[in-house]
Design a protein around this ligand. Structure first.
Ligand code: MFK
Ligand code: FAD
Length: 501
């Protein structure tokens, strides 16, 4: 068979390999402690964690419905590597950093930079971490008190023994985007002020979580509920009892998915799940929106992290693979392809870090009104844009390994499979586009004004041409938007009719 074997691409310390990340931190958070933590973490990722991530992929979770004696147990068995990821997440403070706030308004940037390094090696443990962070944010926004004070301390703990993760159960069979109309789960009030939830949650990820936030309709004395999103309230529930058994839940089955196979995603029948209402009645969607903001930022971080990782590997491979008598790095056309990916990745990184900077400022009370508007606008924009970009860039990345990019046990195909979900969960692209329009129209244009003002100041700082024409045209943009919304409501585009001809 000959003596030639291609050298594999090597994963090197992703912090030390990332000049843009280092430069960004030098400019904004010049802390030796942060730098050193990320460098040491980068070493740990290469040495052990990346291997665990691979182990999670090849040892997917399974559901044990009954014990050997026929008792229903509904136990989700995950790989030892998945469990190690939980301990590591606590030890490394992957949620805690955002709440300890040791670096004030820059704590979120620090936390998200660490998650950005972790994400491609995490075996998708970043998914439960995103929801855990989102749940902590919701609880903090509501005021940390009974019955969730203990949960908050667990979600934000660095102690693996104490640390909890959270789920986010929103999607039902009739509605993942249209949660307001699609939610059928009901909440029956109990005499002690708690509730029992009954319904069917169609997608619940990382179902091995310790607690969850979810939505349901409170029933009145006649058993009636209010329809639409005004009838939804937000609830907190512990998933397991003290013996570790699910309580008031039947795990119907685990989903058979294109990607994200490392993580259990289940269909759950709620059958009297004990729960506490956290939101006011009818304010469930508005209340859980804080969670959506955080998980959408995590999604954007994961998207750009996937792009960066495939690029790092492709760059390394270009120094090891020869074609037509020279290394790939000496083929200008190949370098042009990698350079285009690099530009996309850098742009995405800077956009996402700016959103992280903004949430950090908002949470520490430093954000101006303009920045609060920008955060509201840029969160869905960054999520929808980077979700699409990640699929395109990672797909291009696979091609840069030639046929090897298509071979399962290189680990590369899983990167593409896992990227595909980034534009679907946490709001599809079109639903987030409508969210952008929602926040623009509900702020009477202030959000758009904030965007133009911010962009104007960036252009001025870079001595680039003014945006004054655009700023003046906010009013006309708004009236155009109103017309668009009216037209969209009145008459769907004629695609269905056209396609049928
Ligand atoms: C690796 C990283 C991984 C990330 C974790 C992944 C694991 C989890 C996977 C999941 O997918 S969890 C499920 C995620 N589900 C969604 O993202 C739902 C997508 N659908 C939407 O986002 C819809 O736009 C929405 C459900 C919010 C529409 O609901 P409504 O009730 O029809 O909206 P409405 O009436 O416009 O808004 C109700 C209130 O919420 C309003 O407040 P007010 O009553 O005070 O005016 C809105 O302003 C507020 N709101 C809605 N979206 C908001 C928001 N507030 C802030 N930010 C938002 N994005
Ligand atoms: P639909 O809403 O039916 O959307 C179908 C299509 O219609 C999409 O293209 C959408 O963009 C489009 N569309 C819908 N409404 C509009 C509109 N108004 N205008 C224009 N286009 C529109 N959910 C949870 O709650 N918790 C979880 O943990 C969770 N984990 C998940 C894990 C995985 C792997 C996946 C794939 C999904 C998960 N989800 C979870 C569900 C996910 O959030 C939803 O699937 C998603 O929000 C889309 O909802 P849907 O499936 O009902 O699609």
């Amino acid at each position: 068979i000959g003596g030639f074997f291609q050298e594999r691409p090597m994963l090197k310390n992703p912090f030390l390999e990332d000049a843009l990340l280092q430069g960004y931190l030098r400019r904004h958070l010049p802390s030796e402690a942060v730098y050193s933590d990320l460098r040491v973490f980068g070493d740990r990722l290469v040495r052990e964690v990346d291997g665990w991530g691979r182990e999670c992929e090849i040892t997917p979770p399974r559901l044990v419905t009954y014990d050997p004696w026929g008792c229903r147990v509904d136990r989700i068995v995950t790989s030892p590597a998945w469990q190690r990821m939980k301990d590591l997440s606590a030890q490394e403070g992957l949620v805690a950093i955002g709440y300890e706030r040791s670096y004030g308004e820059w704590s979120r940037v620090y936390q998200m930079c660490k998650l950005y390094l972790y994400s491609p090696s995490s075996g998708l443990y970043t998914c439960p971490l995103a929801m855990t962070d989102g749940a902590a944010k919701v609880i903090q926004s509501l005021g940390v008190s009974w019955p969730v004070a203990d949960a908050f301390s667990r979600l934000t703990s660095r102690d693996p023994e104490h640390f909890w993760t959270s789920g986010q159960w929103m999607t039902e069979r009739r509605g993942g985007s249209d949660v307001g109309n699609g939610t059928e789960t009901v909440a029956l009030p109990q005499s002690d002020g708690t509730y029992r939830l009954s319904g069917f949650k169609w997608f619940t990820s990382a179902t091995d979580a310790d607690m969850t936030l979810t939505l349901a309709r409170v029933t009145d004395v006649d058993g009636q509920t209010t329809s639409g999103s005004r009838g939804l309230s937000m609830f907190y529930a512990a998933v397991r009892d003290e013996q570790g058994m699910v309580q008031g839940i039947e795990v119907q089955r685990l989903k058979d998915k294109l990607g994200t196979r490392q993580m259990p995603t289940a269909e759950l029948l709620l059958d009297g799940l004990p729960a506490h209402r956290l939101s006011e009645e009818g304010r469930g969607v508005a209340c859980i929106a804080n969670m959506l903001t955080v998980t959408r930022i995590h999604n954007s971080v994961s998207a750009v992290a996937g792009m960066r990782r495939v690029l790092q590997l492709a760059r390394d491979y270009a120094t090891r693979r020869s074609t037509f008598g020279k290394l790939l790095r000496d083929h200008p056309l190949h370098m042009q392809t990698l350079a285009r990916m690099e530009v996309e990745t850098r742009g995405a990184f800077l956009l996402v870090m700016d959103v992280c900077r903004l949430i950090g400022r908002e949470e520490t009370g430093h954000a101006s009104q303009l920045e609060t508007h920008l955060l509201r606008l840029l969160t869905p924009v960054a999520k929808l844009y980077t979700g699409k970009q990640a699929v395109a860039v990672i797909s291009e990345g696979l091609e840069s390994f030639g046929g090897q990019g298509y071979i399962e046990d290189t680990g590369l195909p899983a990167m593409l499979r896992d990227a595909q979900v980034l534009s679907i969960w946490e709001g599809t692209t079109n639903v987030l586009s409508l969210d952008v329009l929602r926040c623009v129209s509900r702020s009477s244009g202030l959000v758009l004004q904030a965007y133009f003002t911010h962009t104007q100041s960036l252009l001025a700082a870079a001595s680039l041409p003014s945006l004054s024409v655009a700023v003046r045209s906010v009013d006309s943009a708004l009236s155009g938007l109103r017309e668009f919304l009216q037209a969209a409501a009145l008459k769907p585009p004629g695609f269905m009719e056209l396609a049928a001809r």
